[in-house]
Design a protein around this ligand. Sequence first.
Ligand code: ATP
Length: 447
Amino acid sequence: MTKENKKEGDLMDKIVSLAKRRGFVFPSSEIYGGLANAWDFGPLGVELKNNIKKLWWEFFVQKRDDMYGLDAALLMNPKTWVASGHLRGFSDALVECKKCHERYRADILEKDKKENYICPSCGGIEFTEPKQFNLMLKTFLGPAEDEAHIVYFRPETAQAMFVDFKQILDTMSPKLPFGIAQVGKAFRNEITPGNFVFRTREFEQMEIEYFIKPNEWEDRFEYWLSQMKEWMKLVGLDESKISYLEVPEHERAHYSKRTIDIEFEFPFGKKELYGLAYRGDFDLKSHQEASGQNLEYFDEKASEKFLPHVIEPSLGVERTLLALLISAYREEKTEKETRVYLDFDIKLAPYKAAIFPLMANKPELVKKAQDLFHGIKKSGVYPIAFDDGGNVGKRYRRQDEIGTPYCFTVDFQTLEDDTVTVRDRNTMNQERIEVERVPEFLLNKLK
Ligand code: ATP
């Protein structure tokens, strides 16, 4: 193992340990020994996750005027997955490359001199055993467990946006170009899950299907790439770790003229963070044929009907969260110790601020700090933390480690002049501020 590899491995260990210890991510159903590669998001993790989703929804849906939101049922008519192609190859025996996780029918793979299969995608030679495999998770609806009652947990949020395309046209009368956006759970029976929350069998996606006129696809593709770049800047992902992979033709889906994998340098290697694909009219066409319903768009100006083409920016919530933890993790040597803090933007930070009474055994300080705590919440800034355990230095470290940007301490001077100290997480600088100005201070930072 090289020094660099070890450092990166250490970083992953530190992040996983911090996430578990501080209530971001717990192993699922741990009291029963857990469930492999399933994770629960604890009190801080759920805040962080919700903040990511909220920011995404604001940026990609609410602030725009060409976007329509959707929250579709997770279990859809199984015909959806026949038309989308997800059920095809159901009886194929697949092997999965352990390096890049691409799956192939073993019988189409070439072999090297030692009779190892060679991965056409990355050249890897280690594969899982062949398996009858479909990545969709199956269950039954209703009391009978027979063929007629099989349904599948959706493997992506995308298909609902094609299946509901007609309803959006009929109810909202959108004009091209426009998008349908959805955030929600997806399930894939991954053969090789792992790397903490990077690859799990249950995860959340934030996806857009952006419908366009066919001849505009190249410009629109560039535009969506720029939007994704803006998003990554907005949340504070480490730009030096991001790269763009133009997926070569032989690896793209047959209907896609261009696909870019946005990759992130995770401690366990450079891996796909997000995807951006031009999908042509493949999906609408397939659903139109399979359902017998006309899914064409009517262009009033040109007085013509056609199937719009699609650009699809696809983002994973958990991969964003992991990339964010990696981007925000800081270690700083101080005189006595190594200080760890998470450099989250205040919009993403689980707690926006923390309030401390200098001493827990002085009721007048505790009362004043509690009043401030409730006052800040009343002004609309939350969640915030209250901490009176241990000395103030320890409390600062605890808040640093979970990324709380500001700590306010009520001390003896507060009782005299109604000011408190505000301490900045990154610089550790402190200044005094009037108690009544604290909510405004935070509201300004949150703008
Ligand atoms: P990979 O090649 O890593 O398996 P993919 O190409 O199959 O990913 P897509 O089908 O493009 O992924 O899904 C869109 C996004 O959903 C991905 O960019 C990723 O952010 C997220 N995602 C996909 N599979 C998983 C998973 N098993 N666990 C967590 N997030 C996932």
